[in-house]
Ligand binder design. Sequence first.
Ligand code: WT7
Length: 570
Amino acid sequence: MKSEIYEVEQGHYHLTDYDQVCADFDWSEVEKAFSWHTTGRVNMAYECIDRHVDLGKGDKVALYYKDKDHNEKYTFSDMKVNSNKAANVLKKAADVKKGDRVFIFMPRSPELYFVLLGALKIGAIVGPLFEAFMEKAVKDRLENSEASVIITTNSLVDRIPVDELPHLKHIFIVDEDVSADHIDFNALYQEADETFDIEWLEREDGLILHYTSGSTGQPKGVLHVQNAMIQHYISGHYVLDLKEDDIYWCTADPGWVTGTSYGIFAPWLNGATNVIAGGRFSPEGWYQILEDFKVTIWYSAPTAFRMLMGAGDEMIKNYDLSHLRHILSVGEPLNPEVIKWGYKVFGKRIHDTWWMTETGAHMIVNFPSMPIKSGSMGKPLPGVKAAIVDNEGNILPPNRMGNLAMKKGWPSMMRTIWNNEAKYESYFLPSGWYISGDSAYMDEDGYFWFQGRVDDVIMTAGERVGPFEVESKLVEHPAVAEAGVIGKPDPIRGEIIKAFIALREGYEPSDALKEEIRVFVKNGLAAHAAPREIEFKDKLPKTRSGKIMRRVLKAWELDLPTGDLSTMED
Ligand code: WT7
């Protein structure tokens, strides 16, 4: 679909004049939001929780938690007490110290948040593991990080190969009926003291380890430090537009960076009320949450929006979603089609945001106070210097495709790849550009346009084709639920375009349908962009953050090994 420009929606937003804010921007001014600017005592958990209690906001709801077994709320004071108790348990029973890696491997629950904040209060580096990880993925991460403590459940503990993990000393179980090999978390928790002396840290001390997979090799442990809070806070303020009265829901699991940077840190640094929903995705369940909690700001992902779109608009009329004032998306390209749909059903434009595990926080975004060019990721966060550069680091002029890059030095930048400094160094050019691995261009108005991962760009008969463009077109066809596009080596054209397609409910695969879809892209996009080959699949391989894993499609196609699949959804 052609890009359209949408003017700024009515509303009062924190960032009203992008150019002016960028011109005056100074990271060291942002730090003044935190108590450590005057005390010099740094701790993320303090800034997220205890600070608000100290400022007299202890009675405000910090967390609404809902799943099939819970429907609970906790104030900032409750969160303070509960995280103190968790910190006391970890310190007493496992002697956790500053810098130790403490892993959390459990389904979402209020306890997960108490434990994570508690571990941070001791100065530990937390490692959240997604509950769907199987043994190999769990082992790789615990081994690489040399974690000494893990907090988990009876249903997941069998996936931890203790005998092969010499550094792992303590396994806490948060359920009832804990075996003698493990530590009964709740028993200790009941008795635990409600006060705790927070471990004060340096801004460059470790905060969190998130593992992410590259196109080859083992998952990489991306280390973020306390200093990241500066950017979590200001992006929550300017991009999420969090205000005192907002009820905010981020749908991501804390096993992934979106679920921590924007599911924990940004909302609580801004003192907002955070909604966390456990359990699985269902369209009705999600609309119910938006209605029940009167959610005002909603952060999700294109795959989820497309699934909601696929479920039909009729059911939406059964819910009161009138409280929504701002909707955002991350993780993969946001198709113009989806933005159009969002406006139709919610009366709001979905705002795309671009960033990565490695960047720790928003980098290129659509501010609520800026016109949206649909299909564009937006403009850099104030204080972030982004550009399109060639492989030598030369800045390319507008409208030229190249490496999406940022100048090193934003506050939430990863500080190392755990136990792999060489890998870390390999992200940067000598001139100080961080090379994201995405290709993009910037238009004459300074908007950035995603084209694909660098290695995904297709060259067919001398024409460059971004797979996203083709996928976006494909999903506009009424029969297509999801599409993944790869370049398939071809002796004549270099590569041809091959599309893998999952059909919507009610459509059957057929050669006639393939031809119809091909013609649809040919007519709607460009002849050279039309897939010469189409294959129907029941489901496409995707990461947990919702990206179609083109490298897996490519491996299937070429009969190659698929590489690390630990981030693939089940
Ligand atoms: C990669 C990072 C941190 C967010 C969750 C994913 C892709 C991310 C967008 C966007 C197009 C996007 C990029 C990036 N990506 N946001 N708005 N439009 N692509 O984090 O797993 O570290 O993946 O996700 O390719 O490099 P991640």
